[in-house]
Design a protein around this ligand. Structure first.
Ligand code: OMP
Length: 225
C-alpha cells in the first residue's frame, strides 16, 4: 500500500555521482530512471551498477525507428530486465506492436506521446495542428490499440487519458513541487496533482538531483503524496 510512485531521473554523465545520489535517496523513491544521458555514457554496465541497489529500473531510451530496428533494440535489453522501457508513439502502430512483442515478459513498454517540453506553438512548428490534449489523446488510443502497457504524458492530460484507458499504466514527468513551469519543461503540474489524476509513475529529476539537500527534497515530495 505504501508503494512510492516516484522514479528519480538520474540524468547525469558521471557514474559515481549517479550511484552516490541513488544510494542517498533510495529510501525515499520507488525506482530509478536511466535515460539517454546516462545510458550513452555507461551502457549496460551503468545500468547493472544502479540495479544493484535493488529498486526497479526504468530505461527511458525513447526508441523511435523502423519496427525491425526497435524490436532488435528491445531484444538487446532483455538481459537488463528493466521494469519499464519507453518508445515514441509517433513511431507508429507497427513499431509499437513489434516493440511490445520483443520486450521481456516483465517489462512494461510505454509510449511517449507529446514531450512535456513542448506546447501548442512547438507542435504547430513541426506540422501538427491542434492542442497538446488532442495529440496526447490520439496517441494514447494508438498505443492502447498497439497493445502497449501505457503512455508517458504530462500531468495536464493524465486525468483525461485515465478516463479513456482505465487499466493503462501512466508515466508522468514534468513535475515541479511548486507547480510552475520552469526551464525546458512547459506542461507542468505538482507530483500530488499528477498522482490524484491517475499517474502510475511520477518521474522527478532536477527538483531532487539539483536540490541543495536531495534527501530532504525527496522526503518532502514523498510527504505530499
Ligand atoms: O520519457 C520521459 O521520462 C520524459 C518524457 C517527457 O515528455 N518529458 C520528460 O521530461 N521526460 C523525462 O523526465 C525527466 C524530467 O526531468 P526533470 O525535468 O529534471 O524533473 C527527464 O529525464 C526527461 O528525459
Amino acid at each position: 500500500m505504501n508503494h512510492n510512485p516516484v522514479f528519480l531521473a538520474l540524468d547525469m554523465p558521471q557514474l559515481d555521482a549517479a550511484t552516490a545520489l541513488a544510494k542517498k535517496v533510495k529510501g525515499h523513491v520507488g525506482g530509478f530512471k536511466l535515460g539517454l544521458e546516462f545510458f550513452c555514457a555507461h551502457g549496460h554496465h551503468g545500468v547493472h551498477e544502479i540495479a544493484h541497489l535493488g529498486l526497479p529500473i526504468f530505461l527511458d531510451l525513447k526508441l523511435h525507428d523502423i519496427p525491425n530496428t526497435v524490436a532488435g533494440a528491445m531484444h538487446s535489453l532483455h538481459v537488463l530486465e528493466p521494469s519499464i522501457v519507453t518508445v515514441h508513439a509517433s513511431g507508429g502502430r507497427a513499431m509499437m506492436e513489434d516493440a511490445k512483442a520483443a520486450a521481456g515478459e516483465n517489462t512494461k513498454v510505454v509510449a511517449v506521446t507529446l514531450l512535456t517540453s513542448l506546447d501548442e506553438r512547438d507542435m504547430a512548428r513541426t506540422g501538427i495542428d491542434g492542442s497538446p490534449h488532442d495529440q496526447v489523446m490520439r496517441l494514447a488510443e494508438l498505443a492502447e490499440s498497439a497493445g502497449l502497457d501505457g503512455i508517458v504524458c504530462s500531468g495536464a492530460e493524465v486525468g483525461a487519458v485515465h478516463k479513456q484507458w482505465s487499466d493503462g499504466y501512466f508515466v508522468v514527468p514534468g513535475l515541479r513541487p511548486g507547480g510552475k513551469a520552469s526551464g525546458d519543461q512547459k506542461r507542468v503540474v505538482t507530483p500530488r496533482q499528477a498522482r490524484d489524476d491517475g499517474a502510475s509513475v511520477l518521474v522527478v529529476g532536477r527538483p531532487i538531483s539539483k536540490a541543495g539537500d536531495p534527501v530532504a527534497a525527496a522526503r518532502e515530495i514523498e510527504a505530499t503524496l
